[in-house]
Design a protein around this ligand. Sequence first.
Ligand SMILES: Nc1ncnc2c1ncn2[C@@H]1O[C@H](COP(=O)(O)OP(=O)(O)OP(=O)(O)O)[C@@H](O)[C@H]1O
Ligand SMILES: C[C@H](N)[C@H](N)CCCCCC(=O)O
Ligand SMILES: [Mg+2]
Length: 202
Amino acid sequence: MNYFVTAIGTDSGKTVVSAILIEALKADYWKPVQAGYPTDSTVIKELLPNANITFHRERYLLNTPASPHAAAKIDHVEINLNDFKVPETKRNLVIEGAGGLMVPLNDKDMVHDLIPVCKAEVILVANLYLGSINHTLLSINLLKQKGYKVKGIIFNGEENIESERIILEQSGYLCLLRIRPEAQVDHNMIRTYADKIAGKLI
Ligand SMILES: Nc1ncnc2c1ncn2[C@@H]1O[C@H](COP(=O)(O)OP(=O)(O)OP(=O)(O)O)[C@@H](O)[C@H]1O
Ligand SMILES: C[C@H](N)[C@H](N)CCCCCC(=O)O
Ligand SMILES: [Mg+2]
């Protein structure tokens, strides 16, 4: 199975969630579009030092930490949707987007256009800051409008029972996991959450 990890924005915890999913599913990892360093693959390698994971090479590795369409322009490349070849693997594959769903790859295509290319089920990371209900429901609106298959939501942030409840109520999506702010993001933390989500992914 291919899982596409997206979020309601950037710096939302997609890489942390990807590490948790890789640990839970014994999956491989692919970040098709990386803008800036350190790469998310490198971060995950550090979080899961002893795991037997294949890290597939980024299709576009851009130097500037910016929106991919802008980072590509700076590097004098153009991102082309037809140039993405999804890695073949018999294992589960965790694919991480860049930023949120409506982040441009070029003047026409967006990050969410990679979902059908990847033949993946979506996992949406939703943060819990004030204002995140709106960002989450807008993201969900797009997922539903496009008809993408969604495995579920992962909440990442300080517990907010009403935000979590209304988002699940409005979307009808499954809550796969709740991640709280942790003092240490390390292998131990990843393993703890991987144990919690394992049963929900079958
Ligand atoms: N629950 C958490 N507790 C503590 N730190 C967290 C938590 N979730 C994420 N972080 C930290 O927040 C930062 C951003 O997270 P992360 O890199 O996973 O975001 P991202 O959505 O992958 O960003 P990008 O759009 O650049 O790929 C990282 O330093 C990460 O370790
Ligand atoms: C550089 C950053 N960490 C991500 N890779 C890309 C985030 C793009 C966000 C664009 C936007 O929504 O304004
Ligand atoms: Mg990331």
